[in-house]
Design a protein around this ligand. Structure first.
Ligand code: SF4
Ligand code: SF4
Length: 363
């Protein structure tokens, strides 16, 4: 058995793992190794090379609020931060098709390439039929759901299921009125576990929004969902939104400490973490403002509301506080487009490949 709280240790698959200085993990972590699901460069590597060569595509990434409805009312939800009678009316299925056709007709492919769309809301699975009809417009599709509604068997989708703490914390954040725990029922967390365990083949990513309330649950959630069989996990930090209050926001100093812990866990769990170490480093207090002041989501992406109109700023809308943004996407996009660091990475990859080649020819 290895202890993750020591600064260097050997994992059960023989990797020598060095943790960032000063990080103390509270739990033991020694995940069972998983078979590598792919060979060759990752999607992240390929995207880096493509953006290096041709630049970041305008409207290549974006989101559609396919519904203004949700079966939950989570404490940190930006969508329901405004009065519900001000939420946009939903387009019908035919109107969504007409809206996408209109974009196709009115914009050239290089201005709206129909590359990647995230279907969000509300909970997008409330309107499965709209997504089923409209997803063929895009090359890649992502659905971000709260995981309580059965997932359709769509292997062509990148699935993101939101988890915001251990069972108790998740219920506290997502079901404050105990609607799902009436009459001794087990609650949302258990329901999602069943949903994810039954759909391992869909390659589900757990999406965790870190707040002041749930920051203490990170280690347990990583360990738990790795065991359940989620394919990946990803993290955002809570972004203050007008109408929600600030108490869930971790200040920059606190965020830096959490980033150290996330990097330690990433070194242990490897590719279970979607977010490369470099992206976490961009979220640190000394770098984050440069990213959010030049946010690629704001500058280059689309975000359509439920009535088909472009939203202010980004998917979180006009009320999001860009200066304290914790959404991982702008940092991720920056990491894909920052030419000096891409060159540095490529240099490192080439050096590693040469070393490997050298050791193969000299064995
Ligand atoms: S599940 Fe998502 S959309 Fe629904 S209330 Fe929670 S955060 Fe908001
Ligand atoms: S809130 Fe964050 S993601 Fe949205 S526009 Fe501002 S910086 Fe970008």
């Amino acid at each position: 058995m290895t202890m993750a709280s020591s600064s260097t240790f050997t994992s059960r698959d023989g990797r020598r793992i060095e943790l960032p200085a000063g990080v103390e993990l509270e739990l033991e972590h020694d995940p069972a190794p998983r078979p590598r699901s792919r060979r060759g460069p990752s999607a992240y590597d390929l995207a880096k090379i493509a953006f290096f060569l041709v630049g970041f595509p305008k409207n290549g990434f974006g989101s559609i609020d396919v519904t203004s409805r949700c079966n939950l009312r989570c404490r940190h939800c930006y969508y329901f931060a405004r009065p519900e009678d001000e939420l946009p009316n939903e387009l019908s299925e035919d109107q969504w098709v007409a809206r996408l056709e209109e974009i196709k007709r009115s914009l050239p492919a290089w201005e709206f390439p129909f590359f990647n769309c995230s279907w969000v809301g509300g909970d997008p699975l409330i309107r499965k039929s709209v997504i089923e009809r409209c997803k063929p417009y895009f090359r890649y599709n992502t659905i971000v759901t709260n995981g309580t509604i059965p997932l359709p068997d769509w292997p062509d989708i990148n699935w993101y299921v939101s988890i915001d703490g251990d069972a108790e914390m998740h219920e506290h954040i997502r079901d404050k009125d105990r609607n799902y725990r009436k009459n001794g029922r087990p609650g949302i967390y258990a329901r999602i576990k069943e949903n994810v365990a039954a759909n391992k083949h869909l390659g589900i990513t757990i999406a965790y929004c870190i707040t002041r309330e749930n920051v203490r649950c990170i280690e347990e959630v990583v360990r738990d969902w790795h065991e359940v069989g989620a394919r990946h996990i990803t993290f955002d930090f809570f972004t203050p939104i007008d109408g929600l209050g600030d108490e869930m926001w971790l200040d920059y100093h606190e965020r830096d400490a959490v980033i150290d812990k996330l990097i330690a866990l990433r070194r242990i769990y490897g590719d279970f973490f979607v977010i490369p170490e470099r992206v976490f480093n961009l979220m640190r207090s000394d770098k984050c403002r440069d990213v959010t002041d030049n946010c690629l989501l704001f500058e280059r992406s689309f975000a359509l509301d439920a009535s088909g109109r472009q939203k202010g700023k980004c998917v979180m809308g006009e009320a999001a506080d860009c200066d304290r943004c914790g959404c991982v996407v702008p940092y991720y996009l920056r990491s894909l487009t920052d030419r000096p660091s891409i060159l540095q990475d490529l240099g490192r990859d080439i050096a590693r490949a040469s070393r490997d080649l050298f050791s193969v020819v000299n064995y």
